[in-house]
Write a protein of this length. Structure first.
Ligand SMILES: Cc1cc2nc3c(=O)[nH]c(=O)nc-3n(C[C@H](O)[C@H](O)[C@H](O)COP(=O)(O)OP(=O)(O)OC[C@H]3O[C@@H](n4cnc5c(N)ncnc54)[C@H](O)[C@@H]3O)c2cc1C
Length: 369
């Protein structure tokens, strides 16, 4: 079976690898470089629990996705010899005031009722767990099972795995539209640098174009709108590695993710500004201030890098992974803040759906016709 994947981020590469592992012939189109968009820009928090504030049916899937990422991290390391930066670091969600503390205690309580670990800590207990954090906090919740990968390392390993198996990758090759015949998807049209245009045919096409997933010609009219939500990021280097703290520390304004090397990634903004890639001094300053509020020793840290990229958002219900109203045309997009967490889960779901052509086995609601 021949399958075309549009988009070489963590979602597209993950699906391509799984499909090729199961024997499919895969052709992957990427209009730039593999992994160069949201997937390398992410903080890499596998925040199955910290990310879900209100009771949600997504919890079980997120927890499963987190476990799948742990297995996948070690599988990718074995396949390629590349470290993906997996760390079972836990996430400490700290409360700045009593209203915030009440809210996170509620979050911990509903999650405990669902059978997952989340411990409410007083300020002193939280500081024993993470001595680098600020003294001025009201309390915290310890999501011990949340974890992290380093997305740039993950993408390097994934690209290496993709290159070692029989997947044809066309870089610098933009898909401009999907082709249909008798109501079924049969392939894509693409353009390469210069005047070169072409068509490619396949038994199935998977759109994994991140924030650009609804910008192709020939999509059905019920295709969901995927919108870019810009996030700006700041990377710091500490004077001494112990300054950076150990668990991920998270509050209502952002987070600090220590990589264990003295490098710390701090985020982020949520901005609806179209595809503007601008990194703004005000946003970076407020990310830095919040990071210092969380971990005061970061006031001595040096800025290593700043960047921005786009979270693909298509509604509060989570990503859309499924077959469309056009047979043989699939969508795997809208992973928003949790595409790294959900990468392996999505790859398995897409491979199951495409190879068995049974959309009912997908974990998320498929597109409605
Ligand atoms: C600042 C920031 C912080 C984040 N932090 C986290 C986090 O801590 N944890 C977490 O789980 N998630 C996080 N995310 C979210 C996560 O990064 C995304 O959900 C995930 O990377 C989406 O992967 P993707 O493959 O769908 O998209 P992308 O990585 O954007 O890849 C899409 C690819 O498709 C290509 N493409 C698009 N259209 C075409 C076309 N027509 N033809 C050919 N190629 C095309 C693009 O060039 C791109 O390479 C964060 C995101 C951002 C921006």
């Amino acid at each position: 079976m021949k399958i075309i994947i549009i988009g070489g981020g963590v979602v597209g590469c993950g699906a391509a690898l799984e499909l090729a592992d199961r024997g499919a012939e895969v052709l992957l189109f990427e209009r730039g470089e593999l992994g160069a968009e949201a997937s390398s820009a992410a903080a890499g928090i596998l925040g199955a629990q910290v990310e879900l504030k209100e009771p949600s049916p997504l919890l079980k899937r997120f927890v499963r996705a987190r476990a799948l990422m742990r297995e996948w991290a070690s599988e990718l390391e074995q396949r390629t010899g590349d470290d993906v930066g997996y760390r079972a670091s836990g996430v400490l969600r700290v409360a700045r005031d009593s209203a915030d503390f009440t809210a996170i205690q509620r979050q911990a309580a509903w999650q405990r009722a669902e059978g997952v670990r989340s411990d409410v800590l007083g300020a002193a207990e939280a500081r024993r767990l993470a001595p680098a954090i600020s003294g001025g906090l009201h309390g915290a919740v310890w999501f011990e099972d949340d974890a992290q990968v380093d997305p740039r390392k993950l993408m390097r390993a994934l690209i290496s795995a993709v290159s070692r198996i029989n997947i044809e990758v066309r870089r610098d090759c933009e898909v401009t539209g999907v082709l249909t015949e008798s109501g079924r998807c049969i392939g894509v049209e693409f353009k390469q640098p210069g005047p070169n245009r072409g068509v490619a045919y396949a038994d199935a096409v998977v759109v994994a174009g991140g924030s650009w997933s609804s910008r192709l010609a020939g999509l059905p009219c019920d295709w969901p709108q995927v919108e870019p939500i810009r996030g700006q990021m700041l990377e710091l280097e500490c004077e001494t590695p112990s300054d950076s703290g150990s668990p991920i520390v998270y509050n209502c304004d952002g987070y600090v993710v220590p990589r264990g090397t003295g490098r710390v990634v701090c985020g982020s903004t949520m901005e609806s500004v179209g595809f503007s890639r601008e990194v703004t001094p005000n946003a970076i300053e407020s990310i830095r201030k919040n990071a210092i509020t969380l971990v005061p020793a970061l006031s001595r840290a040096r800025t290593v890098a700043t960047w921005s990229n786009f979270r693909p958002f298509c509604g509060p219900g989570g990503p859309v992974i499924g077959v469309s109203s056009v047979p043989r045309l699939y969508l795997a997009a809208g992973h928003h803040r949790n595409g790294i967490l959900l990468a392996r889960h999505t790859a398995l779901a897409i491979a199951d759906a495409v190879l068995t052509n049974r959309p009912d086995i997908l974990p998320y609601a498929p597109l409605r016709s």
